[in-house]
Design a protein around this ligand. Sequence first.
Ligand code: GNR
Ligand code: NI
Length: 173
Amino acid sequence: MTILKILEFPDPKLRIKAVPVETIDDALQVIIDNMLETMYAAPGIGLAATQVDIHRRFLVADITAEKNKPYVLINPKIIKKNGLEVTEEGCLSVPGYFDSVERADSICVSYLDRQGNQQEEEMGGLLAVCVQHEIDHLDGKLFVDYLSEAKRQKVRKKLHKSRKLQSDSSIML
Ligand code: GNR
Ligand code: NI
């Protein structure tokens, strides 16, 4: 198994719109396992293929503390949205930054599971928030896109600065 590299804002590759998965083959199963391992190691509650530079429509998620309920959603589609709620969100592609985002508080999603079986499921709470966040990634959208340009600029500068500090301190090694 392999921990994959996660793209970070403002990498333009995060803006690529993913295309539907056409065949669920062994190569895809390997990528899915590596994405689950990468998500659990991060740690995070979700990971979209876009974030690991694979521009096809699938995502993994697990909101349990026990890390024992992995979801794999291939070609996910939100077919119904209900209500609104505001949640404090974070993103592995925007490390160290958290802010409030308003989304539907429950959704009905159709998708293929990793065996290729068609599923339709009602989701609420954190799982609903997470799946909306991940499907946004597949469309090239980030949670910071819901914030003001001023806030996005601040995030850009903060990430730039932390990467500069990281590379300066590595010179010392
Ligand atoms: O780990 C994550 N936590 C999270 C918290 C609130 C709303 C969304 C998320 S998803 C995020 C992992 C991630 O970046 N997935 O794309
Ligand atoms: Ni994210």
